[in-house]
Design a protein. Sequence first.
Length: 528
Amino acid sequence: MIRLTPQLKQSENLGKDSLADKSLRNTMTGFFKRAFDFTAALIGLALLTPFFIIIGILIKRDSPGPIFFWGSRIGRYGVVFKMLKFRTMYETPKSYRGPRVTSKEDDRITPFGKWLRDTKLNELPQLWNVLIGEMSLVGPRPEDPAISKTWPTTVAREILSVRPGITSPASVVYRDEESMLHAGEVMRKYLHELSPDKMRLDQLYVRYRSFWLDLDVILWTALLLMPKIKSYSPPEPLLFVGPVSRLIQRYVSWFIWDFLIVWASINITGAFVRLFGPLDIDWLTAVKMAFGCSLLYSIAGLLLNTNRINWPKASSWESGRLWIGWFAATAIMFGIHFYLGFGSLRFYGVILGASLLSLLGIIVIRYRGQLISGLISRILTHKLNSSVIRERVLIVGSGRTAENMAWLMGHPTYSGKFQIIGFIDDDLLSQGMKIYGSKVIGRVKDIQKIVKDNDIGLIILADNQMASKNYNEFRNMASFYPTRVVVAPDIFGSLTYLDGKLPDKDDGSHLDNFQCQYCLARHGNHPQ
C-alpha cells in the first residue's frame, strides 16, 4: 500500500461536505458531459479515419505486429475495460513481461512508437472508448489494474466514481512523465513519487469537475503539445480554474445576466409608457439597446473590477461600483441616442426607466445568495420564536463585538439552537431601543434580575470595557449558576494593540479575564 503524502491526506479531507451539495449539479454536468463526449468522439473518429490509416501503414512498416494495442485498464466503479491505443512497442514477449510503466530509454519502444508517444498521437484511438461510454474526453487517466490495487480504498472510491479520460489535469502536469523515470527504478519512483501526486490531482478534478473545467483541460492539452510552449508549466490553480472558466464565470455569464435583465427592463418600461401613447421601439430595437447597454456594463465592470468580486461573499459597499458603472453606462446611452437624433420624450423616458429598473435587477442578481439566505434566516427565526425551545441568550455590550455575536446567533447554523432575548448597555439613551435585531433590555446592574425573569441560559460578554468597569458584577461567575457565562474574543480590541503599545495603567481598566487579551498573550505578564 502506498504511504499517503501530507498533500494527499489534506486533499482527501477537502470538499467532503461540498460533495453532497454538488450532487444535483454533478448530475446535470454528467448528462451534458456525456452528450458532448459522444458528439466530439463521433466527429473526431469521422475526421481522423484517413489519418489513422496513414499511421497504421507507418506502424506496419516500422515493426511487425498489430496496429492497435488493447490494454487492460481500471474504469468507472472499478470495472476493467480494454483501452485502445496505437501500438508503440515491439510485439515480443519482453514487451509484455516488462514494467507496467515506461521510461524514456525503454528499449521495448519502436522508433516510430517513440514519435507517437512524444506527440501523444498514440492516444487518439481512445476516442472509440469515449464513443461507447467506457471513457470520457477529460477525466482521471485510467490506470493499470495491478497498479490500482495499491491505491488507498477511499482514494480509489473517489477517483473511480467518474469515467476515466483521455486527458486530465494530472496528464497536463505529467505530460513528460517518461522523462522523469529512469531504467532500474521505474516502478519504485512511479509508485512512491509520481502516483500519489497524480492521485491528488485526480481527486481535485473529481471535486471541481465541470464542463468549463473540461474545456480548460482540453485547451491546456492542445497548447502544451506545441513545441514553443511545451516547456511551460501552468500553476495548479490555472489547471482547475483556467482561461475558459474565468472567461465564462467572470465575464460571459454576467454579460448574459445583464442582457436578460436590461432586455426585460426595456420591455416592462416600454409596456408602461405605451399606456400613455405610441412608442416606436420594436423587438429588434429593444434587443440592440439591451445588447449595447450590457456591453457598456461589461466594459465598466472590466474597468472597475466588478467581475473579480465574489458576489455571494461581497460586502454591501461593493455595490458602489455597480452604481458607478450604471451611471456611466446610462450617460453614454443617453449621449449616443441623442447624437443619433432620437428626440422623443417617451423614448428617453424608456431609457431612464429601464436603466433604473435594470440597476435594481443587476444588484439583486449579484446579491441574490445573501438576500435569499437572509430571507430564509428571518423566516426560520420567526417560526422558531413561536415553535421551538432554544437556549435563551443575553448579550452584554452594544459595540462591534456584540454586532458580530448577534450575526452569529442569527446564522442558520445557530438560529435553531439559540435565541437572543436582548442586549445589555449602560447607555441610558439606548434603553428600550432595538439594535442588531433585538432590544436593549437593561443595564449591567439589572443583569441578575433579567437572568431570573427571562430564564437566560447563556450570557455572552461582548464588551470587555463594560465588563471591566463593572468588575464586581462579573467577578464571581458562580453567582449566575446555572446560567453559563462566556467571553467573546475581543478581536477589535486586540487590533488596537498591534502596534506594540500597551494601555496606560491609569485608564481605570482592571487587568482580569475580560481585558487586554492580546497584551497578556504577547508579553506574558500584567503591564504594570
